[in-house]
Design a protein. Structure first.
Length: 341
C-alpha cells in the first residue's frame, strides 16, 4: 500500500490520538488503522519544526508507538522520522486529513417577531460547536439599503458551555438612551426599520468544517420598550387531568428565550413538576410536557424575578432604571392554576 492511499485512514487514526509504526516489510496501514513500517524508533515533528513534538514512545512486541502530548491537528502537516533495522533513518511527510463531517447549520432566536428598537441581545444557535474568537469577523448587521451598521455589537464573546449558542449583545452604550454613544452615534436599531443579520459562509465549526453558505436573518425594529413584563397579562392554558398534555403559557410580548428555559418552574405543594420545556421560536409562548400524567389539584408557576424581555426589563424594574430610586427587593411571582377532578 502506498503512502497517499493511507492518508484517509491516517486521518481517522490521528484524530483518535495515537500515531503508530510497527515492524513490517513495507509501509502499510493495518486493520485497526495504524501506520506500519519496519523500524526501531520514531520522532514526529510538526511542519518544518526543528524540535520534535512532545509525546510518549513505547514498544509493544514489534511495534513502536508515538502518543502525542497534545492531539494531532486536522489539516496540519507532520514529518515522521523512523529508524530502519540497519540503523539509518528515513523520513516521511504526512498531512492529517480533516474528518468527514456535515456542515454546521445556524438559526437565530427569537425569530419571526418584532424586536423593540432598544433590544439588548439575541442568540445564534448552531448544530455543532463553533470556532470561537472570530465572531466579529463573521457577522454583520445591514440596513435595507445594504449599508453596514458599524459598531453594532458588544465585543464580548459569550458562548454556552457546549459551544453551540452565541449570545449577541447589541452595543448597550448605543441602545441605552442618554449615554454618550447613544447621543453621538444613535441607537443600533431605529423604530420602523428592517435589518438583516448576515453570517459568513467561512465560519467554521470547532472540527474545521465551514457553514458553506451565507446565512441571512431578518430583524424588524418596533417601538422602544421600557415597561416591565407583567405576568398577570399572560394566558395560562391548563392541561386535562390524567394526561401528559402540555401546560401552556402565552405571553403578551417576546421574552428572553434562553432565560425561559430556566426561569419558570411548576410545583404542586412542595413537589416540583418535572418534564420537558419547549420555548417557541418567537419567544412568545412556553410549554411544559410533564414526565408523568397530571393529577388533579392546585398548581403554581414560579417565575424568577430576573426574567427579562428583549429590552432587558425584568420583573424588578426596567433596564433603564432611575439610579436615584431605591432598588426593589427581589420577590418571587406566582401564577396559579387548577386541574379539576
Amino acid at each position: 500500500m502506498t503512502l497517499p492511499s493511507c492518508l484517509h485512514r491516517l486521518g481517522w487514526l490521528v484524530l483518535s490520538g495515537t500515531l503508530c509504526l510497527t515492524q513490517a516489510a513495507e509501509l502499510r496501514v493495518n486493520e485497526v488503522g495504524q501506520i506500519e513500517v519496519q523500524g526501531g524508533d520514531v520522532r514526529v515533528f510538526r511542519g518544518d519544526a526543528a524540535t520534535p513534538m512532545f509525546g510518549t514512545v513505547s514498544k509493544e512486541r514489534d511495534a513502536v508507538r508515538f502518543a502525542p502530548a497534545l492531539p494531532f491537528v486536522p489539516g496540519e502537516r507532520y514529518r515522521v522520522e523512523f529508524q530502519k533495522t540497519d540503523g539509518s533513518w528515513s523520513t516521511q511527510r504526512l498531512r492529517i486529513e480533516l474528518p468527514k463531517a456535515e456542515a454546521p447549520t445556524a438559526a437565530m432566536l427569537p425569530s419571526d417577531t418584532p424586536f423593540p428598537a432598544n433590544a439588548l441581545k439575541f442568540y445564534l444557535h448552531f448544530s455543532q460547536p463553533m470556532e470561537q474568537g472570530v465572531f466579529l469577523d463573521r457577522i454583520s448587521l445591514h440596513r435595507l439599503d445594504g449599508s453596514v451598521v458599524q459598531g453594532a455589537f458588544r465585543e464580548t464573546e459569550l458562548w454556552s458551555p457546549d459551544g453551540k449558542r452565541l449570545t449577541l449583545w447589541l452595543h448597550p452604550g448605543r441602545q441605552k438612551t442618554g449615554v454618550n454613544l447613544n447621543t453621538d452615534e444613535g441607537p443600533v436599531l431605529q423604530e420602523g426599520e428592517t435589518y438583516t443579520l448576515k453570517l459568513a459562509a467561512n465560519w467554521r465549526s470547532a472540527a474545521g468544517v465551514p457553514l458553506g453558505q451565507k446565512y441571512t436573518f431578518w430583524i424588524t425594529a418596533g417601538a422602544v420598550d421600557h415597561a416591565c413584563p407583567e405576568p398577570q397579562r399572560w394566558k395560562v392554558t391548563a392541561p386535562k387531568r390524567s394526561t401528559r398534555d402540555p401546560l401552556h403559557l402565552l405571553f403578551d410580548e417576546a421574552l428572553d428565550p434562553a432565560m425561559l428555559n430556566s426561569a419558570l418552574h411548576v410545583r404542586s405543594g412542595d413537589q416540583a413538576v418535572k418534564g420537558v420545556i419547549h420555548v417557541a421560536t418567537d419567544a412568545r409562548s412556553w410549554s411544559l410536557i410533564p414526565a408523568a400524567e397530571w393529577p388533579p389539584g392546585r398548581y403554581e408557576i414560579v417565575i424568577d424575578p430576573l426574567l427579562e424581555d428583549l429590552a432587558g426589563n425584568n420583573l424588578l424594574g426596567p433596564f433603564e432604571v432611575d439610579r436615584d430610586q431605591p432598588a426593589q427587593p427581589a420577590q418571587v411571582t406566582l401564577l396559579r392554576f387548577e386541574i379539576g377532578e
